[in-house]
Design a protein around this ligand. Structure first.
Ligand SMILES: [Mn+2]
Length: 576
């Protein structure tokens, strides 16, 4: 390895204590590469060709999809802001409503069909773009009008008989709704297949390309930054929607994110046990805001409201899904992340999280008895009724969780899992353990003859109205493990630092030793070594053999430091 002293400083070289207030962002919206959708189409055609060839079916056919249609508000002429249907967005990246798209399965040629707009459009909605505009913008082979679909596809069909169309029809295993197969005037002149396309296209969406990952990373970066802004600016007495507003402002103002991946959940106090709080009937409008980011015991002493903030922005269709709250479930979150790699079963990960949450509750004296027995009685699902996490991409709950024929687990808690698959390289999946005090689940469990013995009712009673906590990060599964795409404060000391006005990532870092963690300043990061300064350790031997010359050299392994760098977050600390 090169001499680390000659390398370029990375971590904390700039900003001195006297510098003016920092820019609210270090980010700007990235270029949108339309090649991304070209690659998506190529992936689909490759998979589809392989599938058809293996069953000796002809390749002379078209994939044919209908894009989303603009909706008005009930019976009025108020137009809702349009967001493209996700499968269509995946293949074509088209942001306008009313399009159709075809891909020639044999040649891979792509055809967009644009709506023929009335002359009036130019008056109310702006210039009517020529077809050549869409051809160039969306990098497709050809563009025609939607009233030409039947003729164009007939003309271009190379096979015999009626042309074959592969239409999109299949179940979304999260919503239990079916995607709507394309329909157009003259479809009766075609043969249609409703079964082949959906599972193959869905499986393509499960594995993210580098260009897709870059967009998901940006959505994560701007949303992480917005979460930090909210932590910094939250004041006692604020309404929940003011937190939501700060998040929306930051992601739109600095990230150009007009859409969110889902409706913001800004829950304080007992609202945080409502898993999808923030909907129209509970519109983030409570006042008591006093977020206390600490552990369960500390929280009770402080008598404060917890804030559970689940908010994620979307950029060019690709989303993020991030939840911040205090770190009681952090042990489960971190343990799952350090166990994740290809081949690991998601059901096992869910159970690992459950077990660690139950252990925490037992340590906090809320539960008594044997944790394995609690697991056998599925007690974990009383405190975490949702699944550990879900695929993420163009949809917050990205499809593909259950392949055709895959069975959903039937046990309580496990049946809420949005996937039971083994992890594979290229997947993006959220890790979101939570722990909630939900009367509707807690009371029956405390009364049940199977599970009543596990509860310390008096201790549980103290948590009435406490709500719940959830920590959620977006993980990219790699060949050997996973990368956390979310960069927000998680540890108590990180959250408290940010709320007290420190910059993020924190300049403070902590060196781990057998005696616990000690504060230090990281000066430089070079490869797997860091230079530290100002540490409070007095005995170098406390760092162990690897850092025995610490006082002289000031260079130690990152393995010994909990480190935040400009490159993202790396967590050190001794293994095992
Ligand atoms: Mn989620």
């Amino acid at each position: 390895m090169a001499n680390p002293r000659e390398a370029i400083p990375m971590a904390s070289a700039s900003a001195s204590a006297s510098s003016p207030s920092p820019s609210p962002t270090s980010l700007s919206p990235p270029q949108i590469p339309m090649e991304l959708h070209e690659t998506n189409r190529a992936n689909l055609i490759k998979s589809l060709q392989e599938h058809l060839s293996s069953s000796s079916r002809p390749l002379q056919a078209f994939v044919f999809l209908q894009g989303g249609e603009e909706q008005t508000r009930h019976c009025t002429d108020h137009t809702e802001l349009f967001r493209q249907e996700s499968y269509f967005a995946y293949l074509f990246g088209v942001r306008e409503p009313g399009f159709y798209g075809a891909i020639d399965v044999a040649t891979g040629e792509s055809i967009l069909f644009a709506p023929r707009l009335p002359a009036e459009y130019a008056v109310w909605l702006g210039e009517i773009k020529p077809l050549s505009f869409f051809k160039e913008r969306y990098m497709v082979s050809m563009v025609f009008y939607t009233d030409e679909i039947a003729k164009v596809l007939h003309d271009r069909f190379q096979g015999s008989g009626k042309p074959m169309l592969f239409l999109l029809h299949g179940l979304n295993t999260d919503s239990n709704k079916y995607s709507k197969p394309a329909d157009f005037e003259g479809i009766e002149k075609f043969k249609t297949d409703l079964n082949t396309l959906h599972p193959i296209l869905t499986e393509c969406r499960v594995f993210k390309s580098d260009m897709e990952l870059a967009l998901i990373q940006f959505a994560n970066d701007i949303s992480s930054e917005a979460h930090v802004e909210v932590m910094r600016k939250t004041k006692v007495g604020m309404k929940e929607y003011q937190l939501e507003s700060m998040f929306l402002h930051h992601t739109y103002m600095y990230g150009g994110c007009r859409h969110c991946s889902y409706t913001c959940i800004c829950a304080t106090g007992d609202n945080s046990s409502v898993l999808h709080y923030g909907h129209a009937a509970a519109p983030n409008d409570k006042t008591r805001i006093l977020p206390v980011y600490s552990d369960l015991r500390f929280l009770m002493l402080q008598d404060g409201d917890m804030a559970l903030l689940d908010m994620g922005a979307e950029y060019h269709f690709y989303g993020s899904d991030i939840t911040c709250s205090f770190p009681a479930v952090l042990i489960a979150h971190n343990a799952v992340i350090s166990s994740m790699k290809p081949g690991v079963s998601w059901v096992d990960m869910h159970q690992l999280a459950e077990k660690l949450i139950l252990k925490s509750l037992k340590r906090g004296c809320l539960l008594v008895g044997d944790v394995d027995e609690m697991m056998a009685e599925r007690l974990g699902s009383v405190f975490m009724p949702h699944g550990l996490g879900h695929f993420l991409g163009i949809d917050t709950h990205d499809p593909g969780g259950y392949l055709k024929g895959a069975k959903r687990p039937s046990e309580s808690g496990l049946k809420a899992l949005r996937t039971s698959r083994e992890l594979q390289e290229g997947m993006v999946i959220t890790v979101e353990p939570g722990c909630y005090f939900i009367d509707a689940l807690l009371i029956p469990a405390m009364e049940s003859s199977h599970t009543s013995k596990f509860f310390d009712c008096e201790e549980i009673g103290r948590f009435k109205g406490f709500g719940g906590v959830r920590i959620e990060s977006d993980m990219h599964v790699t060949a050997n493990g996973c990368v956390n795409m979310t960069k927000v404060p998680r540890e108590t000391w990180e959250i408290e630092g940010v709320m007290a006005g420190e910059s993020w990532p924190l300049k403070r870092n902590f060196v781990c030793s057998e005696n616990g963690m000690q504060e230090c300043l990281v000066e430089k990061v070079v490869g797997d070594k860091v230079e530290i300064k100002g540490h409070k350790m007095t005995k170098a031997k406390d760092f162990g053999e690897e850092a025995s010359s610490l006082d002289n050299e000031r260079w130690i392994d990152t393995q010994l430091v909990r480190l935040n760098t400009a490159n993202g977050r790396r967590q050190g600390g001794r293994q095992g």
